[in-house]
Design a protein around this ligand. Sequence first.
Ligand SMILES: NC(=O)c1ccc[n+]([C@@H]2O[C@H](COP(=O)([O-])OP(=O)(O)OC[C@H]3O[C@@H](n4cnc5c(N)ncnc54)[C@H](O)[C@@H]3O)[C@@H](O)[C@H]2O)c1
Length: 269
Amino acid sequence: MKRLEGKVAIVTGGGGGIGSATALRLANEGAKVVCADINLQAAERAAAALGGNGLAVWFDAADAASIGAMVDQTVQHFGRLDILHNNTAITDPETHGQDLSLLDIPLEVWRKTLDVNLTGYMLSCRFAIAHMIKTGGGSIINTASGSGLRGDRVRIAYGTSKAAVINMTRYIAAQYGREGVRCNAIAPGVIVTPAMRATAPDILAIARHYVLTPRLGTPEDIAALTAFLASDESGYITGECIEINGGKNSCQPHYAEANLHPTGKESTP
Ligand SMILES: NC(=O)c1ccc[n+]([C@@H]2O[C@H](COP(=O)([O-])OP(=O)(O)OC[C@H]3O[C@@H](n4cnc5c(N)ncnc54)[C@H](O)[C@@H]3O)[C@@H](O)[C@H]2O)c1
């Protein structure tokens, strides 16, 4: 028997790079999966790859009513809800491009980022947990980011939203753990998605210098971790934030940068 057989999952941002890979992985492990996204065409493409085990649903993470409708539609269509992978984020270059430092970020960009990346996660957890506790529990996996664990010179709103997601995860784990709901966060480092290749090839090139693995991360790496956290195999893990970044923060790169690296090998994208 597959480890997610009989379970029903929602993947938000399910039309995107990481979301569509995760939806496929969860379905391959036996789950029925809703691919939920503001980009309905992308969600439909991702759901079509899952055959009869997939359903595309439009929603806007900034609109509470549409989040409630997404959860209701899932339960109506597949009969229950066991897994929520909150994975949406504002990643469009126009908004990201204005998310700079404290003194120059437009207030509307700050508010929009927190609204989608944080309040959207809070609301989908709220609607999902109401169903999960009726059937004995479930597993929530919130996509945070390394940006939620450290500072940077840009993206103050994005990083703040991801930091808040990490602590909200601990609160949810604490408040609903005894009712069978586990809640964990994952914090990816640089992951090679189509969007990253298109909009930030420079980031990929820089990241290659800092990871300790022979390659950069892929959406499938995130999907594998999410599937484990969704499954009963991780039944004693809750309230955690797991980094998945090729060991990027486990070394200081100074000597390698000074060309004293013993092999000189670099990671490939
Ligand atoms: N790719 C990386 O290197 C990386 C690193 C750290 C964290 N992350 C996180 O991983 C998650 C997925 O990122 P990705 O790289 O696959 O990006 P992506 O842009 O491919 O996916 C994001 C998805 O969210 C959807 N979305 C955006 N706004 C929405 C809204 N208001 N309502 C509903 N859906 C909305 C988009 O349409 C898109 O399909 C994000 O939470 C991101 O912050 C990614």
